[in-house]
Design a protein around this ligand. Structure first.
Ligand code: FMN
Length: 211
């Protein structure tokens, strides 16, 4: 308890107990409905200007895993975990904003008059700014992946975010478009014995500046 704020509840326990898994039960699968649900939860993560500039490729068949494994350093989770998501971020493009905001306007969440107030600054921020477009793709994909990691943990599933892969190879082999970046791979599945205990962290005093 800190000043009346509890530091222990099921959500915090879920966050505190997560680790990156290396070993999975290769016989445990997830149904397409379970995969769909994980992605649905992932897509409730925040995105800049609500662009939702992401795509998730669920690699879950033996054949698809065999295509991914050699271009992902042969990492064990690719073949053993039930599913490995190729988390794709899409280069930030303000022209998608009216279409992405239309459902909010229709639902009465946002007045129609506000749409240009989001689109115009986004255009100024991203147009002709390839670094920012790519940075946003990476942020979007990372937020989505993080939501899926903790959702998986809350369901008793392990997960592994992975940057150990050939980005060009994944781009080519899995048909990413030219505006898509493979942000990371994310394996999810039922863990088996042998995974490491949680690793100690740097002290908060070393990473926190109170100003
Ligand atoms: C962006 C990112 C990339 C990672 N890439 C890999 C990877 O390619 N292979 C792997 O086994 N673990 C990978 N990890 C897992 C990290 O090694 C792990 O998160 C870190 O050692 C901390 O351990 P913990 O997640 O168990 O707390 C990655 C993690 C992140 C966030």
């Amino acid at each position: 308890m800190i000043n009346g704020i509890t530091t222990s509840n099921p959500v915090i326990e879920c966050i505190l107990s997560r680790t990156a898994a290396k070993y999975y039960d290769p016989d445990a699968t997830l149904s397409d409905e379970q995969i769909y649900e994980l992605v649905r939860i992932g897509t409730t993560a925040p995105t800049s200007f609500h662009m939702q500039n992401w795509r998730f490729i669920a690699v879950r068949t033996r054949e698809a895993k065999a295509r991914l494994s050699p271009i992902a350093w042969g990492q064990p989770p690719i073949t053993e975990a039930a599913v490995t998501f190729i988390i794709c971020g899409q280069l930030a493009d303000s022209s998608v904003i009216p279409e992405r905001l239309a459902p909010l306007v229709k639902a009465g969440v946002m007045p129609a008059t506000m749409v240009p107030e989001w689109e115009n600054p986004a255009r100024g921020l991203y147009m002709d700014q390839p670094q920012r477009q790519r940075d946003e793709a990476m942020r979007t994909g990372t937020f989505g992946a993080a939501a899926m990691i903790y959702a998986a943990r809350s369901l008793g599933l392990g997960s592994t975010p992975m940057i150990g892969f050939d980005a060009d190879g994944v781009h080519r082999e899995f048909g990413l478009t030219k505006n898509e970046v493979p942000v990371m791979l994310l394996s999810v599945g039922v863990e088996r014995a042998g995974n490491w205990a949680q690793k100690p962290r740097r002290p908060v005093t070393e990473v926190l500046n109170l100003i």
